[in-house]
Design a protein around this ligand. Sequence first.
Ligand SMILES: Cc1cc2nc3c(=O)[nH]c(=O)nc-3n(C[C@H](O)[C@H](O)[C@H](O)COP(=O)(O)OP(=O)(O)OC[C@H]3O[C@@H](n4cnc5c(N)ncnc54)[C@H](O)[C@@H]3O)c2cc1C
Length: 579
Amino acid sequence: TPNDDFCPGLTRKAMGAERAPQSQPCTLRLLVLIPILLSLAASQDWKAERSQDPFEKCMQDPDYEQLLKVVTWGLNRTLKPQRVIVVGAGVAGLVAAKVLSDAGHKVTVLEADNRIGGRIFTYRDQNTGWIGELGAMRMPGSHRILHKLCQRLGLNLTKFTQYDKNTWTEVHQVKLRNYVVEKVPEKLGYALRPQEKGQSPEDIYQMALNQALKDLKALGCRKAMKKFERHTLLEYLLGEGNLSRPAVQLLGDVMSEDGFFYLSFAEALRAHSCLSDRLQYSRIVGGWDLLPRALLSSLSGLVLLNAPVVAMTQGPHDVHVQIDTSPPERNLKVLKADMVLLTASGPAVKRIAFSPPLPRHMQEALRRLHYVPATKVFLSFRRPFWREEHIEGGHSNTDRPSRMIFYPQPREGALLLASYTWSDAAAAFAGLSREEALRLALDDVAALHGPLVRQLWDGTGVVKRWAEDPHSQGGFVVQPPALWQTEKDYWRVPYGRIYFAGEHTAYPHGWVETAVKSALRAAIKINSRKGPASDTEGQGHVHGVAGSPSHDLAKEEGSHPAAQGQFSLQHTTHTRTLY
Ligand SMILES: Cc1cc2nc3c(=O)[nH]c(=O)nc-3n(C[C@H](O)[C@H](O)[C@H](O)COP(=O)(O)OP(=O)(O)OC[C@H]3O[C@@H](n4cnc5c(N)ncnc54)[C@H](O)[C@@H]3O)c2cc1C
């Protein structure tokens, strides 16, 4: 209509004016729009307010904007290409490999497993086509570096529904919708103090942070965080946080904070800055494994699968990396490189023999890394029965063994994340057979949603226990109060020609973006390393291991073990599509 020409971009749907006649004047339409604009402005205010959150400000990485630039534009092209071996094809290894190879370095990635991605692992059901994220599943809006990386790789993101008010909380045999728990948590049977009643669990948690906020203002970030490192979350909540025991128990049961009670309070603050039902999250359309896959296909370098690194020897001019090509015979091969980037998890690094040995402070820092188990159990149903209860995503909480149940969003199928547990809670599934674990999760889903779900279960499901994964040997790092608190710096400084990256080497632990940040930092350092690259040139065969030949990656392309078919060569590409 002519009016539409005067109001470009205003569709009837956007105005919420489905019943408005077409002849409505433009001014009237604008009036309808005002409340929408006001609420939009309010949400922007809210965002601005949040970005001023003193805790968030305190935890901001000073180099965040620099890392964002690297993920956007890449590194400066090198004039002295180096031979770099990256150990591990998780997201940290692949991101570092990509930016380094784009900058002109000769990069080879060695991966112990028979797949890439590490703790990004998407299960794809062959029959239904439904997917389940066995590892990472959501990215907070604040993770701008990860968002940018996905954008650069052409990956589409969509909303991950973290909270749906119609989901359930069931504790002590009392079952309530979460919109009720938000308003009157005391209905769950916790004897809360008067000032704690009528507050949502998140608000109770925020109330407890008041003293910490005062500390932050009085002491400044560095000193306050140092103080917070010394106490557990539990000590803080009951002590300076001044919460009643029932309130703390409520937070443990409803927000799964009990798994974090023994963390240092500083670590808990970092965890909470990324994990809250109040935050907005995204996910990758089509599955998170598209991220490592996209990195792989834009990588100009070799990625060797089934190539576990077992030893490293540093000489004055290079590093010799031994891979075990055919366990259990231990048929070792040696590859040479100018520099190595080690992105394997802490327990996996501990199994690598270093010569000369890692310095004492690094060995101690490795030993102090505290990994918690994380377990996911998916059950496949014939139909998404939760929709009949008006649940369209989000999670229910239960004090039964399954603890947290996450629902697929509409049109995402009926593969239910029937249980997500971490820390001590994951012990409920340890040692069970796959069938026993599926049955245990089914019992809990049936307890929450009724016995009919047993008939709707199609008999299939997946169990992933990360503590039992031979390559990660744990879910993620969460640190209790420690004797020394300088681990972070240890990992940022290379040990000779060996650099470190991965989720455990940066903050906040347990997030994909953290692994990406650590990879970018290491790549910047490697790219700007001063030192004669030519040191290694002209050297031929070195450092054999009993009866096995060595391989110089940069120079012996033809005799590269992959070229000889001794490894399963996942991918080689020289196309550069991004950066
Ligand atoms: C259950 C679960 C849920 C999670 N949910 C989220 C989430 O929702 N959002 C989020 O952002 N993050 C989440 N995370 C965390 C996130 O998945 C990790 O922080 C991130 O994927 C770690 O990447 P990385 O490259 O540091 O380590 P990894 O992914 O572990 O990669 C290390 C690689 O090194 C390989 N390797 C090990 N030893 C050797 C060796 N000797 N030689 C060669 N290769 C070796 C391993 O096989 C692995 O591929 C979750 C993690 C888990 C376990």
